[in-house]
Design a protein around this ligand. Structure first.
Ligand code: DX5
Ligand code: ZN
Length: 216
């Protein structure tokens, strides 16, 4: 069964608490939290104080996606803030530091994840697959919600599902960017089991039905 992870980046920040509560009432179990630093991606979003405040008001699974350079500097704070999953970009640091960051996240009792941008091949994360609980394949260039889904990422998604089946079959395989009810089906058919959706979910006329369709 698939899981929907609504991306709160698309929520109304003046009604943030209300939007989070409504997301839960809609039937979602996860919440995708996009952290951007203005360097790794050309946009800014939340810091760890947001995650800390979110943790206080919700028991949704906080699926935190770090789009920041040198995540080793910030990972501990995000773990302490209450992330359930903490996902870092393979492009954001040296292989040595990426490995150390994943180990640090695990040692703090949080589930580590690794993410690839569209131009990064599956092989770039092969060495980390046995040590993570989530692999994220970007289906847009990270930085902004509301972009067009890149269907040509599907072979990479499928390749990663095959690689995971060999070394870490329990690991989640997530997609992020341009996911709607139609593209979600394509992602599921290629091995994704966690689907991030921002604009399509928060813009849906019937959000409970959206959750049910994705998780069917
Ligand atoms: C993009 C973010 C996504 C974004 C998805 O950099 O990582 O999580 O919120 O938004 P949609 O679903 O609108 O493409
Ligand atoms: Zn994201």
């Amino acid at each position: 069964m698939a899981i929907l992870s609504p991306s709160i980046l698309s929520a109304d920040y003046m009604h943030f608490h209300e939007d989070m509560d409504r997301t839960k009432a809609d039937g979602a179990k996860w919440l995708h939290v996009d952290i951007m630093d203005g360097h790794f991606v050309p946009n800014l979003s939340f810091g760890y104080s947001w995650v800390k405040s979110m943790r206080k008001i919700t028991d949704l699974v906080l699926d935190v996606h770090l789009m920041i350079d040198t995540p080793i500097k910030y990972a501990e704070e995000f773990c302490k803030a209450g992330a359930d999953y903490l996902t870092i970009h393979v492009e954001a640091d040296t292989p040595e530091n990426i490995q150390k960051t994943l180990e640090l996240i695990r040692s703090l009792g949080v589930k580590p994840g690794i993410v690839v941008k569209p131009n990064t091949p599956a092989q770039a994360i092969a060495q980390y697959l046995p040590m993570v609980d989530l692999v994220l394949v970007m289906t847009v260039e990270p930085g902004f919600g509301g972009q067009k889904f890149m269907a040509h990422m599907m072979p990479k998604l499928k390749e990663l599902r095959t690689m995971l089946d060999e070394v870490n079959p329990a690991c989640h395989l997530e997609v992020d960017g341009g996911v709607d009810l139609t593209t979600a089906e394509v992602c599921k058919a290629n091995g994704a089991d966690v689907l991030v959706a921002g604009s399509a979910f928060y813009g849906a006329a019937d959000r409970p039905a959206f959750v049910k369709t994705i998780e069917a």
